[in-house]
Design a protein around this ligand. Structure first.
Ligand SMILES: Nc1ncnc2c1ncn2[C@@H]1O[C@H](COP(=O)(O)OP(=O)(O)OP(=O)(O)O)[C@@H](O)[C@H]1O
Ligand SMILES: [Mg+2]
Length: 370
């Protein structure tokens, strides 16, 4: 029977069929395995990944993406539910618009005011389907960004410190002499017609002097004589000083002070820091706005929060935060925040901020006494 050609044909046919079925089974297993693997990799990869269909609707996202954006992404249009802003220009960044022109490559964007991200996006054409998808992959660089900014700021402070220490005193001495003569002239009859001009000159010299005082305070490198002080006591003392002016301009200062432990610090410097931050908050708001000063604490930090309802800090200022002489105000010197960062540094404290169009919050976090 084995020699029967028909039987041999049948055997060959069965063999081929068997092989075909085996190949098919193998390829199905492979496909299942690779799909499983793809899903597993998609789910477990550390970077947030999001797949959108052609109209930009989220059709798939992994766990890290959901955790990053802390909202339900399912079926939402990505560009609508996740507002991203170009880090340099501050303009809205729309992934779907951008990808129409070319793949999005390492685009730095900001989400929710202070979450710094790098976005990559590319167009995918599925093999079995006619419609395309786009894959958005994201890297959260918020921590790195903060470190980078902190290092830049400290570098700037050191440079400023050296410059200030070098020229501050030298400029002040001749100014004192000029001011002295002006005061003498002010009292003399022969200069009576210049009285007004002389008093303006003296005022301007005083203004210049106070700029130098602030600038010099950036340069303080000597150890502070720290004492036990309490945020609430300082706030209760100094807020009435600025409140009168605030009320006159139709602005309000609210206090939300919790019982907080003492910190080790220099009262004069902390007072200066609070005043600068409250002043900035008041200056950022329109009539009817309120600055809220809060204190609270946890195991590691005593926190002072100064929150305003202003228009937010412009992006170009945020990028160079704490840089001396950076100001957007006609009458500003641009030294207030530099001084605050310098004071925070000398206290081993952290000065942080959050800002968007609805307002700005500054947080001065001082370590609790061990
Ligand atoms: N709370 C805030 N809201 C909005 N913008 C702010 C706020 N605080 C600071 N800024 C921005 O930061 C810039 C720098 O602030 P900084 O306090 O250093 O200087 P200034 O207020 O301009 O001048 P001054 O030396 O009188 O304080 C401001 O000009 C403003 O553009
Ligand atoms: Mg200021």
């Amino acid at each position: 029977m084995l020699d029967n050609p028909k039987f041999q044909d049948n055997l060959l046919y069965e063999n081929i069929e068997l092989k075909r079925q085996l190949d098919e089974a193998n390829s199905i297993i492979k496909a299942i395995r690779s799909n499983e693997l793809n899903s597993l990799v998609f789910e477990k990869v550390a970077s947030p990944l999001i797949v959108c269909d052609q109209i930009g609707k989220v059709v798939k996202k992994n766990l890290t993406a959901s955790m990053l954006f802390r909202k339900d992404l399912n079926d939402g249009i990505f560009d609508t539910i996740i507002p991203l802003y170009n880090k340099v220009t501050g303009e809205r960044f729309l992934v779907q618009e951008a990808i129409k022109k070319e793949p999005v490559c390492n685009q730095e964007v900001v989400f929710d005011g202070d979450v710094h991200l790098i976005v990559n996006a590319s167009y995918l054409q599925g093999e079995q389907t006619n419609s395309g998808f786009f894959l958005i992959s994201i890297v959260d660089i918020t921590e790195n960004y903060r470190y980078r900014e902190e290092i830049r700021r400290l570098d700037r402070l050191n440079l400023v410190g050296e410059m200030a220490a070098g020229i501050g005193h030298e400029v002040r001495n001749p100014m004192t002499t000029v001011r002295g003569y002006l005061q003498i002239f002010q009292g003399k009859d022969q200069f009576s017609e210049y009285k007004e001009s002389i008093s303006i000159m003296i005022e301007e010299l005083d203004r210049a002097n106070s700029i130098i005082t602030e600038f010099l305070s950036l340069a303080k490198t000597k150890e502070l004589t720290k004492q036990e002080i309490n945020f609430n006591e300082i706030i209760n003392k100094i807020i009435p000083l600025v409140e009168v002016d605030a009320l006159r301009q139709g602005l309000e200062i609210r206090l939300e002070l919790q019982d907080v432990p003492n910190i080790l610090g220099d009262e004069k410097e902390i007072r200066q820091c609070i005043l600068n931050l409250v002043k900035n908050g008041l200056e950022a708001m329109l009539k009817g706005g309120a600055v809220t000063v809060k204190t609270y604490s946890n195991d590691s930090w005593v926190i002072l929060e100064i929150k305003d309802q202003g228009c937010g800090i412009p992006v170009e200022v945020q990028n160079s935060m704490g840089k001396p002489f950076l100001t957007t105000k006609e009458q500003g010197t641009g030294l207030g925040l530099s001084v605050c960062f310098s004071i925070a540094k000398r206290h081993g404290a952290v000065l942080d901020f959050k800002t968007d169009q609805r307002g700005t919050s500054f947080y001065l976090k001082c370590p609790t006494i061990a």
